[in-house]
Design a protein around this ligand. Sequence first.
Ligand code: ATP
Length: 465
Amino acid sequence: MLETEPDLSVFSQIDFTNGAVAAVSGGSDSTALLLLIKDHLDRSAPATKLLAVTIDHNLRPGSAAEAQAVARLCAARGIAHRIMVWSGRKPSTGLPAAAREARYRLLAEAAQAEGIGLILTGHTADDQAETVLMRHARQEGPREAGRGLAGMAPATLYDWRIWIARPLLGTRRAALREVLRRANVGWAEDPTNDDEAFERPRIRAALADGNGAQEDAMALAARAAVEREQLGHRAAALIRGFASRPADGLIRLDPGFATAGDDLAAVYALRILLATVGGVAFLPDQARSEALFARLRPRPSCVMPFYANPFCATLSRTVVDARRAGIFLRRETRNLPPAAPAVDDALWDGRRRITLGDEPDAFLIAPLGAARAAKREIAEDGTPPSLVRAALAAEPVLWRSSEHPGESLGPVQDSPALPRMAVCPVVAPFARFLPSFDLAPAGTVAALIGAPLLPTTPFSGHTAG
Ligand SMILES: Nc1ncnc2c1ncn2[C@@H]1O[C@H](COP(=O)(O)OP(=O)(O)OP(=O)(O)O)[C@@H](O)[C@H]1O
């Protein structure tokens, strides 16, 4: 689609109220993105704060000069520009992933420093087709297909606080280069983009053959995106219908969850809950999750009460305990983080985000532990007290560093003396990157565990959750 003209209508669907960061590498796509946004804002909302940001990864000799070229273009067009340098140590393996991680962190830092909650990138239809074909080649199995093949989402929430939108996902690179030629603006070529030793350039070359592969890949992505969103809505409905949180760190699933009749959605919901409870950034393996789910179903011939034979299993650092009172999920006690100084804005055990306020050095954070959990009063509400205590034992507690660890501050959220401190639950599999496809289950799990509400999506008329 749109071989020669970019689709500009997408810009009018974006909410620019709080400004935008344009992520500009100096390559053709993001340079064209910058010109198109500037043009759109000049016409529709000239007072909007626009900041172009270039990340100098400091990996290639020419990278600083490329960043300077973007700076000159921005100066000539009256666009604020900032260069952020990735100065940290570079890993010897997994460099592309580390560079991507650093890039988004630095882009988010630049946005936050200006009070901007939106980052725009120049990913194109060509990038999308390449991504989908690469995932297709790696596909684990038919049931994984629905997720990965959706490709890149039109918007992704980063760190549960800043939206990354990709308005050019429906636009071909050729159309963007045409925009630049007409404006007489040049761009930098990344030499790794053509190196066929890498998988992506190989696929790019195959797509360039013009045999319809590009269109097929886009159609595949569009179908998979719809399927993924629908599956997410069904999983969210199951979580709303069958999951509750009887105590901090403890999720109960009503046994009806396993017999509701939508196994695909139930396994997806289970995977999200397992990763969340265990504090793991990735969903557990599909096949192992299916096997666990199968064990949660009563046998058709069973005349005994449900779960007359209770069982316990562990997956994704989560203990699943199925018994007559329900199916209970809690963090396993193995490999909990030892007591350590609490770090402001850090994730603890993948499950909690720590906010320390005015006294950043004053606290230790540690799991409550079994001995202290055993002394806690447990309300009698039908939940087995042993399970509540087991869950509480793995919950974090802040201690004043100077105090004897017998006098904890308790649940810090409840302490009026420390209004700016919090140890907030996070939805682990979506805490760093939440693709807009998965908003429904992410919002539902957030409500279940008491995580902060999702911010409104950057596309007007859409609300998260
Ligand atoms: N060094 C960088 N600085 C700022 N943004 C970047 C940088 N590298 C990538 N991006 C953003 O991520 C998007 C996709 O990255 P990718 O690596 O595919 O692009 P590229 O080939 O480097 O450049 P382009 O997309 O501009 O042709 C870019 O369009 C851009 O918005």
